[in-house]
Design a protein around this ligand. Structure first.
Ligand code: MEV
Length: 313
């Protein structure tokens, strides 16, 4: 029997969520927390089943695909899934799962490893789940690193941002799983866009300008003031789009009163929690002290540079 293990990183959108669905740039990083899927299989016997699956991947959602693989008795064992990425919180768990399954199907079908192809399949799977995704999530988990991502219609532009420094003073705080799905949040923003196109478009433009500004200046920035300003500005614009809950706003205001800056990252949520929040705080001790009073899980932002990886034995 052979083994395949696929490991896919999670992601954090630094700037540009929601606006990216409307053709404006977003800046996104892959993070060190991963989702892994593994399976044992008979190389010769499993090939044709997975080859057929590969051709029809776009017919399935992540759950359907997993059920199909697990329920078919066809020279392979069931899938083992292990995730360090908090589920449904804006850190790319669904994209990581879609990409990992695509890579696994391709691997067992004995097709050549191709990030482009895995990304293409993962996008089709994501579309089944999220309706109208920009593709930023599946792209970053496939390619890794730090990217500026832009989609104009069917055309995707992806610029790799190389920066010498490690992220410093940046934290991820998990406010919890939002009541609303990503698809619901995206359609909530669409409603807003339909009712008030002028103001909503202006907010998207300003968000796009924040992403552009960050990509241009990250190389020569000496201190954190820049991060501080951009995060704060992006959060204000996201709040004006109505994607942040009162509970999360209260937490973000506390960070701001304590000399930090914070923004939601991902689709957000309005009813209760808003998923993960990106925090900049120059004073680490003060930040830890402040977080002791909150019940939220938090960890430093660490970039992943490899993107999706496949191990076969
Ligand atoms: C979700 O991680 C980011 C959104 O911009 C949706 C998308 O880009 O597909 C809210």
């Amino acid at each position: 029997m052979s083994n395949i293990l696929v490991s896919s990183p999670g992601k954090v959108i630094l700037f540009g969520e929601h606006a990216v669905v409307y053709g404006y740039p977003a800046v996104v990083t892959a993070v060190h927390r991963t989702l892994q899927i593994s399976m044992e299989y008979d190389k010769k016997k499993a090939k044709s089943f997975f080859h057929t699956l590969f051709k029809n991947v776009s017919d399935y959602s992540v759950v359907d695909l997993m059920n199909l693989i697990n329920e078919t008795d066809n020279a392979h064992s069931v899938l083992h899934v292990h995730s360090q990425i908090p589920l449904g919180c804006g850190m790319g768990s669904s994209a990581a799962c879609a990409a990992s399954l695509s890579a696994l199907v391709m691997g067992v079908a004995q097709l050549k490893f191709s990030r482009e192809k895995i990304n293409e399949l993962a996008f089709l799977i994501e579309k089944r789940m999220h309706g109208n995704p920009s593709g930023v999530d599946n792209t970053i988990v496939c390619f890794g690193g730090l990217l500026q991502f832009l989609r104009k219609g069917k055309k995707v532009e992806m610029k790799r941002i190389i920066h010498a420094k490690k992220f410093a003073h940046l934290w991820i705080v998990n406010t919890g799983v939002p009541t609303e799905s990503t698809a619901e949040m995206v359609s909530m923003v669409k409603e807003k866009y339909i009712h008030d196109s002028k103001h909503t478009e202006l907010s998207f433009q300003k968000i796009g300008a924040i992403s552009e500004s960050f990509s241009k200046h990250i190389q020569n920035e000496k201190d954190g003031e820049y991060w501080y300003l951009l995060i704060q500005e992006n959060e204000q614009l996201l709040e004006s789009l109505g994607v942040v809950s009162e509970k999360t706003k209260k937490f973000i205001r506390t960070i701001e009163k304590n000399m930090g800056a914070a923004k939601i990252s991902g689709a957000g949520g309005v009813e209760s929690a808003s998923g993960v929040v990106l925090v900049y705080h120059a004073d680490e001790e003060k930040f830890h002290h402040m977080m002791k009073k909150s019940s939220f899980e938090y960890f430093p932002l660490v970039q992943n540079n490899t993107g999706i990886e496949v191990y076969e034995t």
